[in-house]
Every structure is written in structure tokens, then in C-alpha cells.
Design a protein around this ligand. Structure first.
Ligand code: ATP
Length: 793
């Protein structure tokens, strides 16, 4: 089967692995007295059960039927037929397990015999003798002592508690830590490091622990990053970024690192696990004759932890790395491999050999050359191997693998002697991402403050004034500039929130500088992050002074722009806070009515006292007037109710004056208060009514004026027409006058002619005109004069 980068589906965060024929966690099994019993076991299988309910390895043969299960006995494996052994085989390892505390701690974990080993008739060659010793079944004198030895029924959780938890805790305090699983192929390394949904391994358990530690460490801020890589055939590939292939190892003052590796900031256990699951998709996995899903590469999952105390406690940034390593298993000549598998196997073996040599050199404690550079694995582990580390060696008890297990035990034994120099790291601030984020946050916050104060960044006061002036002149450009500023402000807010969210703090934290970010946003869960429940906004903060006066409280609320939101979200809550007397009133009155009454009241007051209400302070619409009147009625009803309660209390107190004294006082205050409110409302109604009346006459006046104006316009129009007529008449008159004058002149002329005709007969005879003809002329002229005079008039 070709090597592939398919998901190795055995991790708890990816889909489940299809049941392997050798799988120990098949659904066909069940537990009996803490032992896994195959449901599909034939009767011959049950015959392995010894008196203790375990399995007796002596009778373990291949005669049992095929099943998916593995087999345990009460102490791991009870092999009571030791094979004779030559004395030189005995390795006299000291069995005392005390450690100086400055060497790598080593744990051995046995896995149960698997189906294949059973089928082959394997026997138990090595077993856990107590919880510190591994003993050879055939040669009991051959025994090794370790910090801890886990038998085949130990859970990964138990292994975690001993092998990994101290390393994780130390890493959270700034001490580098490494936990790695070493063993031959199919011995249980991946099972131990990753596990599955039912039995999560070291990695998921460590991640869970890391976040609980953060939660339990108020006063410190953490920033977590992860990277995940594999070393496949001596090539480093980035499992979080499929394009990151064949990456190079570099070295700086702080040690070795992989150039260009992707580091992801993580916020929650689920977040981390999702990265690992994605990484697993790219890991090289293939089958060999021992393991259907054999790891063909070493994987290193690294959690980078930065933390710093906050405020006055600040003592620099502490940085540490936690490496969780799942090594590929060494393959012996028994591993049937061909082609690609063999090539992979030889790379795996070579790097493990180098690891063995490095461990050997380190365990000698001499200042000899340590060949870290001989493999990518040892190069990368160089700094980790001298830090706080824990080696988990997984082994199979099977006799067919006795030699391989022996080699593992020898390796583990050497590793136990490797001295470590664990110390708390500190890093210079500039290199710290958490510091960088913190600085960025404070710079951004300053910028935001400036923006909030209306100061444009990089603009001095005069420029600002000019800009404001321009704004006043209604410059569209300025408007858009302002909008840009708003956008910038929103973007800044987002960035601050995003950065702040990356820094993890305990939700028990009361760090003041971070208090403006709701703590729930900072609790490490992406899911929770997404659910911004606005808890902070829901909380009404009314100062205690104002709380004493419901009206003032309402006014205070009304002046708060966020009131509407708060009010909407907590409509039933805040009313209780508004009235200090509500405890008695609510007890003795119908709380619902009281609340709804107060709410309506608040609405009215909101309109009256908020800026928005200003537009109708001079007069109200009829709806608003109705609302006010309604309030008055509600208040009157409440007063009546309170009064009757008061009366009842007064009657009761006749016998025992002290019993309800305070209740009576409260009720009296309440009634007084309500009367005051009622009076205030009535006053408003009156004022608004007057305003309405004066508004009405003004409208009438306006209408009259309008009418008059219209009439006036009409009249002046008429007048204009009349004057135009007049002008025409005047002209006609003038014309007539001038005609008259002409006629007058003609009359005069005719009269003169007439006079000369009448008075000078001689002259007429002189002119040769007869008397008769002259009379005729006189008459004619006379009538003409008469006619002209008539025309003139
Ligand atoms: N302690 C255990 N209890 C039950 N089953 C186990 C245990 N250890 C390993 N197994 C099972 O044995 C099989 C091989 O285990 P695993 O794949 O973890 O081995 P490995 O050492 O990682 O192998 P390789 O080096 O080839 O990747 C798996 O099916 C696993 O579930």
C-alpha cells in the first residue's frame, strides 16, 4: 500500500479509524472486571481466563477464535513458565527508582497482546512487575527500573497524569518541555499520544490541561501558538500548511527552529484540536505487516506559550515551548516491507539510531561531541532534550518482539540517565508576540481615544478648525472624511477586540486594563467567543443616588443613548431597580401593573427629557396627550390601591404599631411620590394643552392672514387693471382736449369771419359779395360755430 497523506483517523479529533483486525477497541468487546472481553470470543477464548479473571499466558495459544480484542491478565500478563535463561543475559539494572530530579523521566507503557500476536501463539516475554519495574518473563533477573511502568490495562489518562502533566505544568510556568513516545512499530505510540474519542491521548489531554491552567491563573495573560510538522524521509513538512514542504532548520541564539513554519494563535482546546485534525490529514501514514495505520513520519506538535503578569506585577514575558512528539516506530527485519515502505523504514531507523546515539552521548554526561546534526529529528530536539522532558516508551509484551522490546528498554534506560537543565525562560520583550500585541492594543486604544475626542490623527488644532469650518460649510468631502474616520474607528475597535481576544486570561481574572473587554470574550472557547451575549450591555448601572428617585432614574436612563438597548433587553429587570419602594409595593400591589405603569411613565419621560423630545415640548400630539392622561389614570389607580393598602396597614398597626411601621412609611412615601408624579404630569398636560390652544389660534390667525393676503392680492390685481383702464381713459381725454382746442381755434376763426361779415357790409360789397349771399354765409358760419362748440363740450 502506497504511503499516503490521508488522515490517520485514529485521533479523537478526526473521524474514527475503521476497525483494524488488531484493534483493541472494537465495538464487539466489552469490559468484565475492568478487563476487555471479546463478545465474539469463542468458548476457547474464555478458557484463557485465570482464576483472577485475567488471562493466563501459559495456555495462550492460537487456538482461540479470531476476534478484534486484546487480552489482559490481572498483573498485565501472568506468564508462569519462564524460559530458562543464560546468566549472561541478566542485566543488573538497579531497581531503585529515585531520581535526582534533573534527568529525563522515563515511563514504560505496555500494550496488550494483539490479535496477530495471539494468532501466532506469542507468549508474554516482558511484563510490568509492580509500577516501577519491567521484568523478563523468561529471565526474571533481567529487569529494568523506570520512573513508572504501566501495564496493558492502564489508561492514557493515567499515563498522562504521571508522564505528561508535570511537563505541561512546568511549560506553563516557562520551562521548556517535551513528551515523546518511542517504540517499535505497532507498540502503541500513536495510541498513547493521540488516542481516540473514547480514550484521548497525551496531546488532547495536555491541551485541555493547558487551558484549565490558564483559567486557574488569574492575573496572568497568555498567548498560545501552535505548529505541527512531520519529518518524513528526512524532509520537514508543515502539517498546518500543505505548501510548507521541505522546510529548513535554522539556528539562532535561542536554539534551532524551522524556517517558515506556520504558527497559529489558538484560543480554545477545540481550536487547537481542529488544527491537529487538519494536520493529521497531511501526515504520512501507511500500512506494514504490523500496523495497518503505521506512522511513516515523526511528528512534532509544538505549543508555544507566552505569558506575562499584568500591570504592576509585570515581570517580563515568559516564553516556553511544549513539544509533543509521536515518533515513527523502528522497524526490524521482521517488518515485511518493500519499495517505498522500506525506504521510509530506513529513514525512520536511521533517525532513531541517531536519537539513540545522542541520548547515549548525553547520558554519558561527558563533554564529547553530540551528533545532533546527524538527523533532522535530533537537530530539532536539540534544545528540548536538555529541557524538562519525559520519554514514554511503548512496548509490546509479545515474545515474538522480545528483542525489540529489550532494545527499547535499553534505550529507555540510557535516556533515564540524560541530565536536563531545566530553567524558566524569559524573552526580551521585543521578541514577544504577547508584548507586541499588548503594545499594539494600547497604541490602537490611544488612537481610538483620539478619534473619540474628535481629533483627527495627524491633524493639528488649526487644521482641525479649518476642517470643521469646511464641514460647517457643508463640504461633501469632509462628510466622507468623517465617515472614513468613523470607519477607521470601527476598524480600530475590531482590531483591538481581535487582538485582545487572542490574549487569553482566566475568566476569574479581574485585570483592570482589560476590563473594557467583556471577560466572556476572553475565555478560551471559540464557540463562546462567537456567542457575544452582550452581558455587559445588559447590566444597568444606575447610581445609587438616582435610584432613590424613580423619576430621576428615568431621566438618567433617558439621557443615556444606550438606554433603549438596555431597556429593551432587560425590560423586566430594571423597573425593580427604579423604585426603592417596589419591594413593599410589589408585595402589596400587582407588580405587573406597577411595572407596566412605570414603564409607560418612563417612555413619556424619555420623550420629555431626551433630546428627541425637545421637538414637542411646546405642544403634544393628541396621542401623546392621551398617553399622559393614561399615565395620570394609572398613577391615580396606583395611589388609590396604595392608599387602601395603607389603610389596611394602619388598621393592622393599631394593635401592634411597630410591626408595619416601615411598610407604612414606605407606602406613604410611595403615595407622595406618585402624587408628585401625577401633579407633574397634569402640569404638563395643562402646559401642553395651552400650547396646543395657542397653537390653534395661531393657525387660525395664519389662515385669516392668508385669506386676507389672498384678498389683498386680488384687490391689488383689480386695482392694477383699473389703473390701466384709467391710463387709457386719460389718454383718450387728452386726445379729446387737444381736439377741443383745435375746434376752439376753428370756432374762433369762424366767429371772426362771422364778425367781419356782419360788421363790414362795405367790405363785403368791396369783395363783390351780395347782401343775400353774405347773410347766407353768416348763418352758415353761425351754425358751424354752434356745431364746433357742441363738439368741444
Ligand atoms: N495500550 C493500548 N491499549 C489498547 N490498544 C493499543 C494500545 N496501544 C496500542 N494499541 C493498539 O495497537 C495498534 C497499534 O498502535 P499504534 O498505531 O499506536 O502503534 P504505533 O507505535 O504508533 O505504530 P507505528 O510506529 O507503526 O505508527 C492500534 O490499533 C492501537 O489501537
Amino acid at each position: 500500500m502506497a504511503s499516503s497523506s490521508r488522515a490517520r483517523s485514529r485521533s479523537p479529533f478526526s473521524h474514527r479509524k475503521p476497525p483494524s483486525p488488531f484493534s483493541s477497541t472494537s465495538s464487539t468487546s466489552s469490559f468484565v472486571r475492568n478487563k476487555l472481553i471479546p463478545r465474539t470470543c469463542s468458548s476457547s477464548a474464555t478458557s484463557y481466563l485465570n482464576s483472577a479473571g485475567g488471562y493466563d499466558s501459559r495456555s495462550r495459544t492460537t487456538s482461540r477464535s479470531k476476534s478484534d480484542s486484546v487480552y489482559y491478565d490481572s498483573r498485565g500478563y501472568n506468564a508462569s513458565t519462564p524460559v530458562a535463561h543464560a546468566p549472561e543475559e541478566i542485566i543488573g539494572e538497579p531497581l531503585e527508582t529515585s531520581r535526582s530530579g534533573d534527568s529525563i523521566s522515563v515511563t514504560i507503557r505496555f500494550r496488550p497482546l494483539n490479535e496477530r500476536e495471539f494468532q501466532r501463539g506469542d507468549e508474554i516475554a516482558w511484563y510490568a512487575d509492580g509500577d516501577k519495574t519491567v521484568r523478563n518473563e523468561y529471565n526474571p533477573a533481567t529487569a529494568y527500573a523506570f520512573d513508572r511502568v504501566f501495564g496493558p490495562h492502564a489508561t492514557s489518562q493515567e499515563v498522562y497524569e504521571i508522564a505528561a502533566r508535570p511537563v505541561v505544568q512546568a511549560a506553563m510556568e516557562g520551562v521548556n518541555g517535551t513528551v515523546f513516545a518511542y517504540g517499535v512499530t505497532s507498540s502503541g505510540k500513536t495510541h498513547t499520544m493521540h488516542g481516540d474519542q473514547n480514550a484521548p491521548g497525551i496531546i488532547p489531554l495536555a491541551i485541555k490541561d493547558v487551558f484549565s491552567i490558564i483559567q486557574d491563573t488569574p492575573g496572568r495573560e497568555f498567548l498560545l501558538r501552535v505548529s505541527y510538522l512531520e519529518i518524513y524521509n528526512e524532509v520537514i513538512n508543515d502539517l498546518l500548511d500543505p505548501t510548507g514542504q521541505n522546510l529548513r532548520v535554522r539556528e539562532d541564539a535561542q536554539g534551532t527552529y524551522v524556517e517558515g513554519i506556520k504558527e497559529e494563535v489558538v484560543l480554545s482546546p477545540g481550536h487547537v484540536l481542529s488544527f491537529i485534525a487538519a494536520g493529521e490529514e497531511h501526515r504520512h501514514v501507511g500500512s506494514n505487516n504490523f500496523n495497518l495505520f503505521s506512522s511513516r513520519s515523526h511528528t512534532i506538535f509544538t505549543l508555544m506559550i507566552e505569558s506575562s503578569a499584568h500591570g504592576d506585577e509585570y515581570d517580563g514575558v515568559v516564553f516556553s515551548q511544549l513539544n509533543l512528539i509521536d515518533l515513527a516506530g523502528s522497524e526490524s527485519s521482521k517488518t515485511e516491507t518493500t519499495g517505498l515502505r522500506r525506504k521510509e523504514g530506513s529513514y525512520i531507523n536511521k533517525s532513531l539510531l541517531t536519537l539513540g546515539t545522542v541520548i547515549g552521548k548525553l547520558s554519558e554526561g561527558k563533554a564529547s561531541h553530540v551528533p545532533y546534526r546527524d538527523s533532522k529529528l535530533t537537530r530539532l530536539l536539540q534544545s528540548s532534550l536538555s529541557g524538562h522532558g519525559h520519554l514514554i516508551c511503548t512496548v509490546t509484551p509479545a515474545s515474538s518482539n522480545m528483542e525489540e522490546t529489550h532494545n527499547t528498554l535499553k534505550f529507555a534506560s540510557r535516556a533515564k540517565r540524560v541530565e536536563i537543565y531545566a530553567s524558566r525562560n524569559k524573552i526580551i520583550d521585543e521578541k514577544s508576540l504577547i508584548k507586541k500585541y499588548q503594545k499594539e492594543i494600547s497604541v490602537l486604544k490611544e488612537e481610538l481615544d483620539h478619534l473619540r475626542q474628535g481629533m483627527l490623527i495627524g491633524v493639528n488644532h488649526e487644521e482641525l478648525m479649518t476642517l470643521r469650518q469646511k464641514l460647517e460649510e457643508g463640504q461633501v468631502k469632509m462628510q466622507s472624511r468623517l465617515e472614513e474616520e468613523e470607519e477607521a474607528k470601527a476598524a480600530l475597535m475590531n482590531r483591538i477586540q481581535r487582538l485582545t481576544k487572542l490574549i487569553l486570561v482566566s475568566s476569574k481574572n479581574s485585570i483592570s486594563g482589560l476590563s473594557d473587554v467583556p471577560s466572556h470574550q476572553r475565555i478560551h472557547s471559540v464557540g463562546e467567543d462567537d456567542k457575544l451575549d452582550g452581558q455587559g450591555a445588559d447590566t444597568l448601572v444606575i447610581d445609587s443616588e438616582n435610584q432613590k428617585d424613580p423619576l430621576t432614574s428615568i431621566a438618567v436612563l433617558a439621557s443615556d443613548p444606550s438606554y433603549e438597548l438596555k431597556h429593551r433587553r432587560s425590560s423586566s429587570g430594571w423597573n425593580d431597580e427604579l423604585s426603592p419602594t417596589s419591594s413593599t409595593a410589589t408585595e402589596s400591589t400587582q407588580a405587573g401593573e406597577l411595572i407596566s405603569g412605570t414603564k409607560l411613565l418612563a417612555d413619556v419621560w424619555l420623550h420629555l427629557y431626551s433630546g428627541r423630545g425637545a421637538s414637542f415640548q411646546g405642544g403634544m400630539t393628541s396621542d401623546q396627550m392621551d398617553l399622559l392622561a393614561e399615565q395620570v389614570k394609572v398613577l391615580a389607580g396606583e395611589i388609590a390601591f396604595s392608599s387602601s393598602t395603607l389603610k389596611r396597614l394602619l388598621d393592622q398597626s393599631a394593635n401592634d404599631p411597630d410591626s408595619s411601621k416601615s411598610q407604612i412609611q414606605n407606602l406613604e412615601r410611595e403615595i407622595q411620590e406618585k402624587r408628585r408624579q401625577m401633579r407633574a404630569l397634569e402640569q404638563h398636560i395643562i402646559e401642553s394643552g395651552e400650547a396646543s390652544i395657542s397653537n390653534a389660534s395661531f393657525v387660525e390667525m395664519q389662515q385669516t392672514v392668508m385669506k386676507l393676503m389672498t384678498q389683498c392680492n386680488e384687490k391689488s390685481f383689480e386695482l392694477e387693471i383699473k389703473s390701466a383702464d384709467n391710463r387709457i381713459l386719460q389718454e383718450q381725454l387728452q386726445n379729446k382736449c387737444s381736439e377741443n382746442e383745435e375746434l376752439q381755434a376753428k370756432v374762433t376763426l369762424l366767429e371772426q369771419q362771422l364778425a367781419s361779415l356782419s360788421g363790414d357790409k362795405l367790405s363785403s360789397s368791396a369783395h363783390g359779395i351780395s347782401e343775400e349771399h353774405a347773410d347766407e354765409l353768416r348763418k352758415k358760419i353761425q351754425s358751424q360755430v354752434e356745431g364746433k362748440r357742441f363738439d368741444c363740450h
